[in-house]
Design a protein around this ligand. Structure first.
Ligand SMILES: [Zn+2]
Length: 390
């Protein structure tokens, strides 16, 4: 089931293990990652990276990700990986992410702080935790590491302390020697630096570029405060190897023949990581420690006293304006199937969480719309916020 990412990572941080944040690019990845987490009875983070949006349409994939998370029996969070802007974070929360990363790590410190703080203020008003990044982990998720070259810039403990204090991020991605994509040569980790950062911050730390690290290196990272490990390249490699193996089997020509082994290959690598990082067998304890993630349906029932054409224009304006407010996932309007009776018209506005109730009510765009368009034609009305779920 879907749970608060903050609760999940605090549990990992205080119990000395790390949760895998596995980037997915297709339904094969989604099913394989969740099957691996279920088999290991482990919490898991389903992660979608903005840099992968050329490979799939997030508007299409996210409903599947949310459904898979909600019907699973292990604790799951859905995280936007490397969100590039405030707009990307707002869009991500609308699409159903309940954790977002803002990556302004290529900017100078002051600019990184300013951009990150803007995302934290918005996301906090939606109840969504934020991961920031300080320092620079070179490369891009997956196969095309050449697209973001450059030197690794290590995270400085003093700067990390200031960055977290001034931005209010819930988790911090640190740069201590890993790179995105495939490693050239043996990775060298600066564990002393990591220990100093952990000592200064005492919040869950995140490692990007986990592919290629040895078992012992992972154990040391986790012993020094790493509670979330981003992992993609090795899963993509396992999927590619499965397809190449199928391609040489005589008679295997079509898409389903070639991709048949993909899920099993990804799942096997996911399970290896979960076991190594200490998440196996923790699902029940994590479910107990985490608040379930619950959306809220903001229901407004009324009788429009305007002409039908005026009502239609008012609804069109409201749907346009209200859907843009951070934390609003969906705006639905309807009319009663009966012509007679009270409350013939309705609005159903889906909020990402209960935190959005106040944010929405006080938002200037909502107030302007309500004052100028809605309230004048909807005198008699009922407004109720329902928390959804059992
Ligand atoms: Zn990353």
């Amino acid at each position: 089931m879907l749970v608060h990412l903050g609760d999940m990572l605090r549990h990992a941080y205080s119990n000395g293990y790390a949760v895998g944040a596995f980037d997915l690019v297709s339904l094969d990845f989604l099913q394989a990652i969740l099957a691996g987490a279920e088999r290991q009875r482990s919490p898991v983070i389903l992660s979608l990276a903005e840099s992968h949006y050329g490979y799939f349409d997030p508007e299409l994939l996210m409903p599947a990700v949310r459904l898979a998370a909600e019907r699973s029996t292990v604790p799951v969070a859905v995280h936007l990986d490397h969100g590039s802007s405030l707009e990307a974070a707002i869009r991500g929360i609308r699409q159903g992410f309940n954790g977002v990363m803002v990556d302004a790590s290529t900017q100078p410190l002051a600019e990184n702080i300013a951009r990150t703080r803007a995302v934290v203020e918005m996301a906090r008003a939606c109840g969504v935790p934020v991961e920031g990044e300080l320092g620079y982990v070179a490369g891009v998720e997956g196969e095309d590491a050449e697209r973001h070259p450059g030197e690794v810039i290590y995270t400085a403990p003093e700067e990390a302390e200031r960055y977290v204090r001034e931005t209010g991020v819930d988790f911090l991605a640190v740069s201590i020697g890993t790179v995105h994509g495939r490693m050239r040569g043996e990775p060298r980790l600066d564990l002393e630096r990591l220990a100093a950062i952990n000592g200064a911050l005492s919040i869950p730390l995140v490692i990007h570029g986990g592919t290629g690290l040895g078992d012992d290196q992972f154990r040391r990272l986790i012993a020094n405060g790493v509670a979330k490990i981003n992992y993609y390249t090795a899963l993509a490699d396992a999927a590619g190897a499965a397809i190449r193996a199928s391609a040489v089997v005589p008679g295997h020509r079509g898409y389903t023949d070639l991709t048949k082994g993909v899920q099993a290959a990804i799942q096997s690598e996911v399970e290896r990581c979960i076991a190594l990082w200490g998440g196996a067998g923790r699902a029940e304890a994590v479910l107990e420690a985490c608040r379930p993630w619950r959306e809220v349906e903001h229901l407004v029932l009324y009788n429009s006293t305007a002409e039908p054409s005026q009502t239609a224009a008012m609804i069109a304006e409201g749907r346009r304006v209200l859907a843009e407010i951070p934390g609003v996932r969906e705006v639905i309007t309807g009319t009663s199937v009966r012509a007679e009776g009270a409350y013939r018209d309705c609005w159903m506005v889906r909020f990402a969480s209960a935190a959005v109730i106040d944010t929405y009510r006080d938002h200037p765009d909502h107030q302007a719309f309500a004052d100028s368009h809605f309230r004048p034609v909807a005198g008699d009305r009922l407004t109720i916020d329902y928390q959804l779920g059992p």
